[in-house]
Write a protein that binds this ligand. Structure first.
Ligand code: NAD
Ligand code: UFG
Length: 339
């Protein structure tokens, strides 16, 4: 069975992807420095799948460690999730963000090249499209005009990967542009557990529902959308994780190439839609107030995911209700565990 090296394996998307790959009998070698995750994720992955991953604790910027990992394991494919992801922090800490999100990828690519491993899945983001004039957004829409160092770090890595592929067509690279991943594994054992006050909508709503936060601030109700609030393409994390299994299958089947896919559902929901869906799915009430727009936010962003369906035979199947139910279930579990 193929051996997959996963960086950032204990994070939100990494942990769910480990579960789906282990369920499909892939062998996993994982790396994480726990800068944004906890050790107990490894136990949770074992509890869900009954299988262990071969885990290395450390930093992707550590070249010697990467060399050791590649020497000790015959790696077939790499999935790179390790990065910092807070838009707000990236504005205040551009050096740290470019170092962790760009320099680390250069180190990884160099060690991959040295070890003749040329198959890579890279986590990019819908943020590379900036404020797209075309909706739904397809992969040929213009990229650029990112508004913060986080977004620009993803853009830079995409450019690096394109230059790499141009330089040597033996590389086999798949770039995934995620829209808005939400939800958690149905077991409630893994999910998104941000430190401090969540910056993203769904974890914030979940914490209002548990009573940990008083009310949601809705960032603007004067956008040019159906109800004035921002519209996004929310995708269940398990659907997103399953796309990586399809990505691995594609890389196994093809010799080389550079493919780019949007991963979204193709549906746009407003902040008010999300509040209503959450209330209905969980039979609860979400208190909110309308506040100023958040700087850097755009009105609308949703995917045309048809290329992934055509090329990867992948399509999101879980509903908004599933996303809201599973998010709340996980948040309740971690709240209980903390108290
Ligand atoms: P996350 O923070 O939950 O997971 C990232 C993991 O990588 C964490 O466990 C962290 O400890 C680890 N890590 C970070 N830097 C590292 C380093 N230098 N060495 C080793 N480990 C390191 O984030 P996530 O939501 O799982 O995101 C995964 C990837 O997807 C990231 O590249 C992110 O930018 C991208 N992405 C995420 C979203 C989203 O909304 N979650 C959207 C678009 C793109
Ligand atoms: N929102 C609120 N109140 C909150 C949080 C968010 O009203 O407390 C609104 C935002 O204004 C936006 C929508 O909810 O209209 C979604 O906001 P999120 O912060 O959850 O998500 P974003 O679309 O802003 O950004 C996310 C990730 C980025 C990634 C982008 C595209 O945080 O890293 O999706 O993939 F780049």
């Amino acid at each position: 069975m193929k051996k997959i090296f996963i960086t950032g394996c204990c994070g939100y998307i990494g942990s769910h992807t480990c579960v789906e790959l282990l369920n499909d009998n892939y062998e996993i070698i994982g790396l994480d420095n726990f800068s944004n995750s906890k050790h107990n994720v490894l136990e949770a992955i074992y509890k869900i799948t009954g299988k262990n991953i071969k885990f290395y604790e450390g930093d992707m910027l550590n070249r010697e460690l990467l060399e050791k990992i590649f020497q000790e394991n015959k790696i077939d494919i790499v999935i790179d999730f390790a990065a910092f992801k807070s838009v707000g922090d990236s504005v205040n800490m551009p050096i740290e963000y470019y170092t962790n999100n760009v320099s680390s990828v250069l180190t990884l690519l160099s060690v991959m090249k040295q070890n003749k491993v040329k198959k890579l899945i890279f986590s990019s983001s819908a943020t590379v499209y900036g404020e797209s004039k075309i909706m739904p957004i397809n992969e040929n829409c213009e990229i650029g005009n990112t508004t913060n160092p986080y977004g620009t770090s993803k853009l830079f890595v995409e450019k690096i990967l394109q230059d790499l592929y141009k330089s040597n067509k033996a590389w086999n690279i798949c770039i995934f542009r995620y829209f808005n991943p939400v939800g958690a594994h149905e077991s409630g054992l893994i999910g998104e557990d941000p430190n401090g006050i969540p910056a993203n909508l769904m974890p914030y709503i979940s914490k209002v529902a548990t009573g940990e936060l008083k009310e949601l601030s809705v960032f603007g109700n004067d956008y040019d959308t159906k109800d004035g609030t921002g519209v996004r393409d929310y995708i269940h994390i398990v659907d997103l994780a399953k796309a990586h299994v399809k990505g691995v299958e594609k890389l196994c089947k093809t010799k080389s190439g550079l493919l780019i896919f949007n991963l979204g559902t193709g549906k746009g929901y407003s902040v008010f839609d999300m509040i209503k869906a959450f209330e209905k799915a969980n039979n609860t009430k979400i208190n909110y107030k309308i506040v100023e727009r958040r700087p850097g936010d755009i009105a609308t962003c949703y995917a045309d995911p048809s290329l992934a369906e055509k090329e990867l035979n992948w399509k999101a199947t879980l509903t908004l209700e599933d996303m809201c139910r599973d998010s709340y279930n996980f948040t309740r579990n971690i709240t209980k565990a903390k108290n």
